[in-house]
Design a protein around this ligand. Structure first.
Ligand SMILES: [Zn+2]
Length: 83
């Protein structure tokens, strides 16, 4: 028996229909061909897509921002109108 069903899901970003691979699996990652958004399959009945989470470099950049912010505050203390 040949299954001719095409697995199609809708992009949450641009609402276009995306044809999934022949044997899609839950949590499989796909890229929207219309808007290039990284998506993953979050439901299989029916097929549903959601934004794929990016696990790379979680909180490391946050520390850097904090240090830069502190330096900015120190500069302000030297302002002449602050005395
Ligand atoms: Zn899209």
């Amino acid at each position: 028996m040949v299954d001719k069903t095409r697995h199609v899901a809708v992009c949450p970003d641009c609402q276009s229909s995306i044809t999934l691979p022949p044997a899609p699996e839950l949590w499989m990652r796909v890229t929207c061909p219309e808007c290039g958004t990284q998506l993953e399959i979050v439901d299989d009945n029916p097929w549903e897509l959601d934004y794929a989470e990016d696990y790379e470099g979680e909180e490391e950049t946050e520390d850097m921002d904090y240090e830069n912010y502190d330096e900015g505050l120190d500069d302000d203390k030297d302002s002449p109108w602050n005395t």
